[in-house]
Design a protein. Sequence first.
Length: 182
Amino acid sequence: MLGCLSNMRTWPRLSNANPEHLYAFLTIVNLKPEKKMITFSTEVEISRPIEEVFNYVSRGENNSYWNSAVRQVEKVDGCENPPKCRYKMTRELPTGKVVNVYEVVEYKPNRVLTIQTVSGPTPFTYKYTFDTVNGKTHIKLDGAIKEDGLPYKLPSFLASRLIKRGVDTNFENLKGILELCD
């Protein structure tokens, strides 16, 4: 156990503590409460070669074509080769327009693309994993969003379902776009 916590008799009565005071106390003893994460996973199969699908998804500027919330994505640095490229993403959420900057934190061509916000009101991490299954490209998305960054307050299980439903719709858009191309 942490040495600074060994004399528990000196602790304030936490059950009656003001939340701001509790947060300050936890900060002093270096136990900041973790921000709760909402997680979800979803998958899609696309009848296109993995190289085409990966190249399309990893090009941030394409997000506005298949993601219903995204209005615009543009590079904010001169980066040509991920990882570490940064993009400014403008989205329209139920509460209005939001802008995040995200960074490509993992980039393994035709295998993995992970993006993570570095600024903005909706902190998230999305990890896309690509594989070939029966001649089709299989994409799995594992997402994590900080609960306090959501534009609405819902129980975690409900927020996770709603986010997944939206992402499933976006994946269907992606599938439709890429399978129409020849």
